[in-house]
Design a protein around this ligand. Structure first.
Ligand code: BG6
Length: 510
């Protein structure tokens, strides 16, 4: 069908967001003296302001327990912006942002502090003409989430800004198991509607993650081949070069599964395996994603352990804040089955670790082999077709195909067709937090985790965690290697190998 003949019914699409003005609002950041605010949130707000994506009627209030001099509080962000913002430093932009930043000291568990906060927000809102809209960002340690929600909820009940909106953005970790995630959801549900709650998963804000849907559903060539008739297996690798460093205190009680797999990696699994949504709306997309999570095969905890390999890098136990006999995993490899019509029988291999050789996140879709009847002599040289989605760095994708080597004879070699974001579009993609903050401000929840998604992901992780309780301690691995040898054996048992991300090597060849 010619382009112009395509049917183009009215679609309720979140794409309109790009053209929507960000409304006036007062944004409160709980935990504003922490690392996240300095490294990610303020740089993202700076970038938004530099791109004129924030209105003049906008105020930022940092809230924290510690007393702070407001001037120093503001200046502290300047360093973070210079170091971490994607866009270059511009004094004029900073001055405009700076005069909109305020600090409010208070406790997280005292109603009186929240009443004082509310009065301050109202006063600042008048001063900047920012109106009744209120956004609250929870960037505190997770123990503070419940008291903050409770206090905001109480305040809200007593004082409903009928003509404005009130939204919450909640950082991860959203719970530490299914029960605690459910409890948090129940608490949120007591005071807020689901469309007022934005559970952040910054992977969803990455351009290349969003591109998975465009790649799959805006191109005719993939979908017919995107199923168990043709796909052999899928690998999702999230490798990090750094160890846990200063975050050991948090990490020790979390571990790789809770920190990365249950959220970021499960989101990647759902985007790869989901069906086309009926529209590009927040709920239509999340409806399809949650179906994938529900379709992941359930095992008993004991059985589930057989499909995982845990690792811990040598030296982890010596990090500050880590127990000398710690069993916390800094590496996890696992195999999942998505028992959907489309993916039944196709294994999904996930691996993630800290202190690996490189920082690389890649998704590899590997297709089944062609019959080897025509190229008998070169059969060993035929490589399976493979699509590598480079989530980061060098954002883009590559397709591997077989080609004839020029010359007489029928020699065959694999080649790559490569697409690189910055080459194609001449610009670095925006930071995840820029996109996510703005989406929340305009009320678009597409790139946030819905209540049922969070719980569905936890129900899988819970089984693994339960199984690990009675399993041997994690295998150790040397820093800057690809993890314990046991993870390679685990793949070898299936006749496969791990893809080594960030290289031209196509190690998935069996
Ligand atoms: C965070 C985890 O959610 O994601 C960190 O808590 C991890 O442990 C980080 O390092 C990785 O994010 P990115 O964007 O650098 O891949």
């Amino acid at each position: 069908m010619a382009q112009k003949d395509r049917e183009c019914p009215t679609i309720h699409s979140s794409n309109g967001a790009a053209h929507q003005d960000t409304p006036p609002c007062v944004l409160t950041i709980f935990g504003a003296t922490g690392d996240l605010a300095k490294r990610k949130l303020l740089p993202a707000l700076y970038n938004l302001m530099a791109q004129k994506l924030l209105p003049d009627e906008f105020v930022i209030v940092g809230y924290g327990r510690r007393p702070q001099d407001e001037g120093q509080f503001r200046d502290g962000f300047a360093e973070g912006i210079k170091e971490f913002a994607r866009l270059d430093w511009d004094e004029a932009v900073w001055n405009k942002l700076k005069e909109r930043i305020f600090y409010q000291q208070g406790a997280y568990n005292e109603a009186a502090s929240f009443k004082t906060l509310q009065d301050r927000l109202d006063q600042l809102s008048k001063q900047f003409n920012a109106g009744p809209n209120r956004m609250f960002y929870m960037a505190t340690p997770p123990d503070e989430f419940a008291p903050i929600i409770e206090n905001l909820g109480q305040l809200r009940q007593g004082n409903n800004h009928a003509d404005g909106w009130c939204r919450l953005i909640i950082e991860k970790p959203f719970g530490r198991d299914l029960a605690s995630a459910h409890e948090l959801n129940m608490l949120l549900g007591r005071y807020f509607n689901e469309d007022e709650v934005f559970r952040i998963d910054h992977y969803l804000g990455k351009e290349t993650v969003q591109n998975i849907l465009v790649l799959r559903f805006a191109n005719a060539i993939w979908e017919p081949l995107w199923n168990n008739h043709y796909i052999d297996h899928v690998q999702i690798v999230v490798a990090e070069e750094v160890g846990v460093g200063r975050r050991a205190g948090y990490y020790e009680s979390s571990g790789a599964l809770r920190d990365m797999v249950v959220n970021h990696m499960m989101q990647l699994v759902s985007l790869v395996a989901m069906e086309p949504p009926v529209a590009l709306t927040a709920n239509a997309i999340r409806d399809e994603k949650v179906k994938v999570l529900r379709a992941i095969r359930k095992f008993s905890p004991e059985e589930m352990v057989k499909y995982t390999v845990r690792g811990q890098y040598e030296g982890y136990k010596q990090e500050e804040g880590v127990a000398p006999d710690s069993r916390t995993e800094t590496y996890v490899a696992m195999k999942l089955w998505v028992d959907s019509w489309r993916f039944s029988g196709v294994p999904f291999y996930l691996r993630h670790g800290k202190d690996l050789p490189r920082r690389n996140t890649e998704i590899v879709v590997r297709w089944k082999d062609t019959p080897c009847v025509l190229f008998n002599d070169s059969c060993d040289k035929l490589k399976s077709n493979m699509l590598i989605l480079r989530i980061q760095p060098n954002e883009g994708f590559a397709l591997r195909a077989n080609a004839k080597v020029p010359g007489s004879g029928n020699d065959i070699r694999d080649v790559r067709m490569d697409f690189d974001y910055s080459d194609a579009f001449g610009a670095e993609p925006p930071e995840a937090y820029e996109r996510l903050l703005r989406d929340a401000l305009i009320g678009d929840g597409t790139l946030f985790t819905r209540r049922d998604e969070a719980e569905a992901a936890w129900s899988i992780a819970d089984t693994v965690l339960e199984g690990w309780k009675n399993a041997p301690a994690p295998f150790s691995y040397k820093p800057k290697t690809w993890g314990p040898a046991e993870a390679d054996e685990f793949m070898a048992e299936d006749g496969r190998r791990w893809h080594e991300p960030g290289t031209a090597s196509d190690a998935t060849d069996s």
